[in-house]
Design a protein around this ligand. Structure first.
Ligand code: GRF
Length: 230
């Protein structure tokens, strides 16, 4: 079944671009119906406009409170016909009524191996802590920050000479592969929730999805469950 996506973002929009590229390339069975932002100057908006995707952006400070802003978001998303909400660098917690309205249909990407390093500075926190391995998580969204059931994770080493920029560049490269993959599994209805655990059901051509790994001079990486063509 094809997904109709509404994306929420506050920043650069590289993940939304990667998702759109996979849709355009026929690898992700989805349509990007609307990109919404609480930051009217966010670069993601011009990227969406350039692709002909409708955008909606308002500064959340113009609204009385979080609930009022989230009510407007929900109304716009419903109007767009979206059946799934993708958070990609959306820097605000969603109200419980919003999460309830799209239960099991809101995904987020986080640049660390949750539950390690939640929050807005995950890459810097992993470096400052001295973590030797960090990564990326795509998870279902619940009412708490960076907390819902994990769908897919990618791990990568932190090198001795890493700066925040070099580490985040490798993290982003993996984000751009695992987010479309998670969405394709959602489109194929292959994500079964058992408590906090997400079970990946077999696909039409895939009985089992073992981890995927790779190594280049720029570093090694490991993804589990594995990537299917992303
Ligand atoms: C990503 O690192 C994502 O993990 C985090 O916010 C960042 C968004 O990047 N939640 P972009 O705007 O998609 O480039």
């Amino acid at each position: 079944m094809s997904l109709t996506i509404a994306a929420l973002a506050s920043g650069t929009g590289s993940n939304i671009e990667a998702i759109c590229a996979c849709i355009e390339g026929g690898r992700l069975d989805a349509r990007m119906a609307l990109v919404l932002s609480n930051a009217p100057e966010a670069p993601v908006l011009d990227k969406a406009r350039a692709r002909g995707i409708p955008v909606w952006a308002r500064d959340h400070k113009e609204y009385a409170d979080r609930v009022a802003f989230d009510q407007e978001l929900l109304a716009r998303i419903r109007e767009s016909g979206a059946d799934c909400v993708v958070l990609a660098g959306y820097m605000r917690l969603l109200s419980p009524f919003f999460v309830g309205a799209f239960a099991g249909r809101i995904l987020n990407i986080h640049p660390a191996l949750l539950p390690a390093f939640p929050g807005a500075r995950a890459g810097a926190d992993a470096l400052a802590y001295g973590a030797r391995i960090t990564g990326v998580s795509v998870h279902f969204v619940d009412e708490s920050m960076d907390n819902g059931p994990v769908i897919i994770q990618a791990a990568l080493p932190v090198h001795d000479h890493d700066t925040l920029e070099s580490l985040m560049a490798r993290i982003h490269a993996l984000e751009h592969r695992i987010y479309p993959q998670a969405l394709q599994w959602l489109a194929e209805k292959r994500l079964l929730l058992e408590g906090r655990r997400v079970i990946l059901l077999p696909g039409r051509e895939t009985r089992e999805t073992p981890y995927t790994h790779g190594a280049k001079s720029s570093g090694a990486w490991l993804v589990s469950p594995g990537l299917e063509g992303f």
